[in-house]
Design a binder for this molecule. Structure first.
Ligand SMILES: [Zn+2]
Length: 205
């Protein structure tokens, strides 16, 4: 009898999981791969039928309070997520159908846990957009966690700033040269997408 009840419970849980259709997606790419453009595209495609939140962590100090894409020089207001606030605090009472989060490589563990809990407990689609690796080729901790918890992974492609081949690196440029070490805070530096060859050999136009 107990075995039967256990099996019934397992099937009930499976049914709940199978009927859950919301998705958690990770869009990653190098600098200038169109991630923010994709956010705005998704927003404008769905805004008539869905309630959508646009979010960006406060650690990204460029373009505060807006999603900005250099493609077409477009901006759209977004919610800034400070580290001392919870996800439910920044979303308030509004029930969102979709949450689009830019610069997700800067999220901390607590923020990532809150995103995962929200995704598992509610019928909300969550798209995370960000870099996979820093300019030293190290994978961001947040991006590694996201790879483990998302339903699907979408690579955004970009072209090498120098030769036009597919870019795989977000290179930091200082005084006209590719640099491979230094602090990881991105403020005040210029970044360009490079293919592996141009990155490793420091080839710039
Ligand atoms: Zn190249």
């Amino acid at each position: 009898m107990l075995k039967y009840m256990m099996l019934t419970l397992v099937f009930m849980l499976m049914e709940v999981r199978l009927s859950k259709s919301n998705k958690l997606k990770f869009y990653y790419g190098t600098i200038s791969s169109g991630k923010s453009l994709e956010i705005l595209r998704t927003y404008y495609l769905n805004r008539d039928s869905k309630k959508i939140a646009l979010v960006k962590p406060s650690v990204d100090t460029r373009n505060i309070g807006v999603i900005y894409t250099r493609f077409g020089d477009q901006t759209k207001e977004c919610i800034t997520w400070n580290e001392n606030e919870t996800l439910s605090q920044i979303l308030g009472e509004t029930k969102y159908d979709m949450i689009l989060i830019d610069e997700c490589q800067f999220l901390n563990d607590k923020q990532l846990n809150e995103i995962n809990d929200l995704y598992l407990e509610f019928d909300v689609d969550i798209n995370l957009y960000g870099l996979l690796r820093d300019y030293q080729q190290n994978i961001f901790r947040a991006s590694m966690v996201i790879l483990g918890m998302c339903d699907s992974i979408i690579e955004m492609t970009s072209k090498c700033h120098t030769c036009g081949e597919d870019a795989k690196q977000s290179a930091r440029i200082e005084n006209g040269k590719v640099v491979y070490e230094g602090n990881l805070i991105s403020v005040g530096f210029n970044y360009v997408p490079l293919c592996n060859y141009c990155y490793l050999n420091g080839v710039l136009k």
